[in-house]
Write a protein that binds this ligand. Structure first.
Ligand code: UD1
Ligand code: MG
Length: 460
């Protein structure tokens, strides 16, 4: 097996005009991760010792996304989009300085697997200097066709526009992944011209050019799904469906019960323990970990990490979440915790056995073990400028409709009377009540009713 160093060049300079988006195509997401993120995950898992990404001018956000996942990624700018052959050459400096194998992959193919990349690389043996990944397309329209001779060598990849009627009948299509034995790569890429129907530099011309130079091309096959390239929003939605179906099947195989799996949406990194039950209509964003025996009730939204926060959501064993709960970035839920309907938790921990069963906002705080947060409790964490912390001690009891104005601390075992607006710390085991004294006027209501009834009668 070849163990030469591997360079992977990801082409991601295309704007993706059919997406009709201000966001570059490869930053659109499937399963809570960008298309580029999926491709880079496969590239690194395939053992790419160097990863290069080719971006378009001004696509700093694409470069940043690449660096977030592969810190030592090399980025190159393709000045104008003259075609995939030109895009690969934008990474010339990486190719020139690389001594080993190289794979060129397309940045818009989220299902590309490391396994296929590894097979492609391993097919670069003996006299095989180029390897193409092909797939059998049910409808090959629009794809480049692999022309294969009797020896299993690829003689050309013919783009749709240049293909003859006979060639168009070929169903073995080019996925877009092309591997090169490093030595001749630059020489071959440099010989690509734009003399074709589209006036573009086709990377796929490398096969015929290589052949003329005595370099044999071979192919390996991948699945049609794996090579799906996203060009518009309908294809993006189709990719999401495929992603979700696979992810749900995998989670169920690992011991998760989903009552209506088609209504549960998960992310690329969702981790769920055994004997977890997920009721219908649950959305799970990136960065969520769920322990064993947890119940996620219907219509719960586990937001997970967002663009601002790197924090995820963690849920401990035997917790019960929902229905209609919302856990946002930094929600850390201990074991046996209950988070009930219309409770929102953000950047806060609920320690083992704590309960917030109904209608509460718990933001930027800690709720100690077995503490009870009554209905309508609000952690007032924001003063319009800064966020402040609220700390509720173990075993504390916060009565319904309480506002805890942060920064504030409720001691272990303390009680807070319903309806209080708490602005000062409460000592352990104390009772804090902040509300005006109740007044009572005996017989008032009866007198009031009599008076009002008389007035109404005299008017009629
Ligand atoms: C390409 C292949 C075709 C294959 C198909 C599979 C060529 C000439 N054709 O066609 O054989 O069947 O993919 O999906 O390679 N890109 C750049 N710079 C450019 C042009 C493209 O970076 O100047 C990037 C795009 O961002 C995209 C990728 O290359 O991620 C593919 O480009 P696209 O225009 O979608 O190629 P296809 O016409 O789909
Ligand atoms: Mg494409």
């Amino acid at each position: 097996m070849s163990e030469r160093p591997l360079l992977i060049v990801v082409l991601a300079a295309g704007k993706g005009t059919r997406m009709k988006s201000a966001l570059p195509k490869v930053l659109h997401q499937v399963g809570g991760r960008s298309l580029l993120g999926h491709v880079l995950a496969a590239a690194t898992a395939a053992g790419g010792s160097r990863v290069a990404v080719v971006v378009g001018p001004g696509m700093d956000n694409v470069g940043a996304e690449a660096r977030a996942q592969v810190p030592d990624v090399e980025t190159f700018v393709q000045v104008s989009q003259l075609g995939t052959g030109d895009a690969a050459l934008a990474a010339r400096a990486a190719i020139e300085s690389h001594d080993g194998d190289a794979l060129v992959v397309l940045g818009d193919s989220p299902f590309l697997t490391s396994e296929t990349l590894i097979r492609t690389r391993h097919s670069l043996q003996g006299d095989a200097g180029i390897a193409v990944v092909g797939f059998e397309a049910a409808d090959p329209t629009g794809y480049g066709r692999l022309l294969v001779d009797g020896n299993g060598s690829v003689t050309a990849v013919r783009e749709e526009r240049e293909a003859s009627a006979e060639e168009r009948k070929v169903r073995l299509c080019n996925s877009g992944v092309i591997g090169f034995r490093g030595e001749r790569m630059l020489e071959i890429l440099s010989a690509i011209t734009d003399q074709n129907a589209k006036g573009e530099y086709y990377l796929t011309d490398a096969i015929e050019i290589g052949r003329a130079k005595g370099v044999r091309s071979v192919y390996v096959t991948g699945s049609a799904e794996e090579t799906l390239g996203i060009n518009d929003r309908a294809q993006l939605a189709a990719a999401e469906r495929i992603f979700q179906d696979r992810a749900r099947a995998k989670l169920m195989a690992e011991g998760v019960t989903m009552i209506a799996p088609e209504t549960v949406f998960v992310s690329h990194d969702t981790r769920i323990g055994q004997d977890v039950v997920i009721e219908p209509f649950v959305v799970i964003g990136p960065g969520v970990t769920i322990g064993d025996n947890v119940q996620i009730r219907a219509f719960t939204h586990l937001t997970g990490t967002d663009a601002k926060s790197k924090k995820g959501v963690a849920i401990g064993a035997r917790a019960e979440i929902g229905p209609y709960a919302r856990l946002r970035p930094g929600a850390s839920i201990g074991e046996d915790v209950h988070v009930g309907n219309f409770v929102e938790v953000k950047n806060a921990s609920l320690e083992n056995g704590a309960k917030a069963n109904h209608l509460a906002y718990i933001g930027d705080g800690r709720v100690g073990e077995k503490a009870n947060i009554g209905a309508g409790t609000i952690f007032c964490n924001y003063d319009g400028f800064n966020k402040h912390h609220t700390d509720v001690g173990a075993g504390a009891f916060v009565g319904s409709n309480t506002s805890l104005v942060a920064p504030v601390k409720i001691g272990d075992g303390a009680y807070v009377g319903s309806g209080s607006v708490i602005t000062r710390d409460v000592a352990p085991d104390a009772l804090a009540v902040e509300r005006s004294k109740q007044e009572e006027k005996p017989g008032w209501a009866a007198k009031y009713r009599q008076l009002m009834a008389r007035r109404k009668k005299s008017r009629n």
